[in-house]
Design a protein around this ligand. Structure first.
Ligand code: ASP
Length: 583
């Protein structure tokens, strides 16, 4: 508009003094001094002070200003003036100026919001989610939206600069196993048949490699009907990447470059490269988890060797049954109270352990020989005043217990070095895993390429087979999984068979992929970092719903739109569906 400058509230600066402006925004605050009204006017770029003097405005404009309440939407015309020195507000970027209104018009009124849009007070989450549009109006949430936008922009620029092609893959598709339940969509045109929403674009990106795309990426929405877990969302976004003729080093280098760029541009932090690597085996042994937090030391030691002849019943029993004994030294831990130790025992029991032992000072002291006690100290690195916590169990359980104990002790004793970013690769990982019922299942997904040299024992010792699979982890969070893929039909069929899939199922579910593998398939592999989690780290929140504009609750409801919800009888009829009411 000619004659007007700077129509953004948040942009006003001392250099604008003397200019006529037209501002649009929301009323953040209004103070009425009788004849003189101040409003803080907010837009996406910040807040500016508007001053309305009864003597200098029309009666209508002054009346409008008198009627203002929080969150009304207004248009203001006025003149920017420098504030007298004593009124300068150094906390506001616009604090050197104010706008003397000559005209003011209410464009839209507002009810009293269910929580204040201004201020740092965090409203209750269910109310935030129901009134998400108001929640997103808060400065904290606007900042998160902006950071997320910047992450996307940097991401597109980065992968484009490395010759990756963005390809959109379908939302209505066929099931691809990623270890979760599928969301299903009934087909109206083919009654009784269903599409699956993608758990990830895994098969599509592999097929794109067969298509000769060679380098693909997509900021992809994934949908998994997970059982409710605090750190998972049913609908999430990942950066999906796949490339051909590569090995894992290519993936590591590209990902480290991309994360490095994000941390540099958004946080101004220069992350050291290359990132350290840890085998899955070592991660489980030394940290008791496949996502270790390296912001604290506390390393777990295997005590099988030093206790191999022990007569102490708990250890003997575990070792004879093919299990392990693992120990962890807590620096200065001899000052831990009985109550603290009991809490740790409860934690270990919660993870399925029979208990947790400690040395010295525990009931076990008298069952170990001096040489064994010395050996435990040496293996765990325990010194004077330290306490050793021990678990004796099946290997997987002992690892899990010690992993939990390790992070609990670190938190409890304030050992976490806040402000550090400890990225690392977990590589290689194992091809197979054990599910909750003790059955063989895939470690990553069934398309993962086993290591050639381990194929010799794939039938006898499947759990020991390593895979060209990798995760990257930071500060105790898994941020991505990826792998090189099988690109040989016979090998893919063999892995499906080991996983217990019948020939019929293989054909019905993966026939298309196996067929594609008969038409010239490049060796390929990729990765898929979780973008929501990365934005969480960059914005310093530990709530995944903070970084998703319109999230569902932990119990999978959309409180704003009220979804899921019932549909009309007619829609069900069209789909040929009948609802079975439980009970
Ligand atoms: N599709 C995998 C996932 O979503 C990632 C990958 O292997 O690229 O976890």
């Amino acid at each position: 508009m000619s004659g007007f400058t700077a129509t953004r509230c948040g942009d006003l600066r001392a250099s604008d003094a003397g200019h006529e402006v037209e501002l649009y925004g929301w009323v953040a605050r209004r103070r009425d001094h009788g004849g003189l009204i101040f409003i803080d006017l907010r837009d996406r770029w910040g807040v500016a002070q508007v001053t309305i003097n009864e003597a200098n405005t029309s009666t209508a404009a002054y009346a409008a200003a008198s009627s203002l309440r929080s969150e009304y939407v207004v248009r203001v015309k006025g003149r920017v003036e420098k504030r007298p020195v004593e009124n300068v507000n150094p906390k506001m970027p616009t604090g050197e100026v104010e706008v003397f209104a000559t005209d003011l018009e209410v464009l839209s009124t507002s009810k009293t919001p269910p929580f204040p849009v201004e201020g740092d007070q965090e409203p209750e989450e269910r109310v935030r989610l129901k009134y998400r549009y108001l929640d997103l109006r808060r400065a904290r949430m606007q900042n998160i939206l902006e950071t997320r936008h910047r992450v996307n922009k940097i991401t597109h620029a980065y992968w484009d600069a490395h010759d990756f092609l963005e390809v959109e893959t379908p939302i209505l598709t066929k099931s691809t196993p990623e270890g979760a339940r599928d969301f299903l969509v009934p087909s109206r045109l083919y009654p009784g048949q269903f599409y699956a929403l993608p758990q990830s674009p895994q098969q599509m990106k592999q097929l794109l490699m067969v298509s000769g795309v060679q380098r693909y990426y997509q900021i992809a929405r994934c949908l998994r009907d997970e059982d409710l877990r605090a750190d998972r969302a049913a609908e999430f976004t990942q950066l999906d990447v796949e490339m051909s003729f590569n090995d894992e080093e290519d993936v590591f280098e590209l990902i480290e470059g991309w994360i490095g760029r994000l941390w540099d541009e958004i946080l101004g932090i220069d992350l050291p490269r290359p990132w350290p690597r840890l085998t899955m085996k070592d991660a489980l042994l030394r940290y008791g988890t496949d996502k270790p937090d390296l912001r604290y030391e506390l390393e777990i030691a295997d005590l099988g060797e030093v206790l191999k002849d022990t007569q102490a019943q708990v250890f003997r029993g575990a070792l004879d049954a093919g299990g392990v004994v693992r120990g962890l030294a807590v620096p200065g831990g001899s000052d831990m109270t009985r109550r603290e130790l009991d809490e740790l025992v409860t934690l270990a029991r919660g993870a399925g352990a029979r208990g947790l032992a400690w040395l010295p000072g525990g009931p076990l002291d008298k069952f170990l020989t001096p040489a064994e006690l010395e050996g435990v100290k040496r293996a765990t690195g325990a010194g004077e005043g330290d306490l050793v916590l021990l678990a004796a169990d099946r290997r997987r359980r002992a690892e899990k217990v010690m992993g939990l104990v390790r992070s609990d002790v670190a938190r409890r004793r304030g050992l976490v070095r806040e402000g550090e970013w400890r990225f690392l690769w977990i590589y290689p990982m194992f091809l197979f895993d054990e599910d909750d019922e003790g059955n063989l299942t895939y470690g990553h997904h069934p398309f993962t390429r086993p290591m050639e040299e381990d194929l010799a024992f794939i039938d006898e010792r499947p759990y020991d087979v390593r895979a060209h699979a990798y995760d990257f982890v930071c500060n105790g969070y898994e941020l991505a999984s990826g792998s090189l893929r099988i690109y040989d039909r016979a090998m893919q069929e063999r892995v499906f068979q080991i996983l217990g899939l019948s020939q019929e199922t293989i054909e019905a579910r993966f026939g298309h992929l196996l067929e594609a593998f008969e038409y010239g398939v490049p060796p390929h592999g990729g990765i898929a970092p979780g973008l929501d989690r990365i934005v969480m780290m960059l914005t310093g929140t530990d709530n995944i719903r903070d970084v998703i504009a319109f999230p569902k609750t932990q119990s999978m409801q959309d409180l704003l739109m009220d979804a899921p919800s019932e549909v009309e009888r007619k829609q069900l009829d069209e789909l040929g569906l009948e609802i079975k009411r439980p009970g």
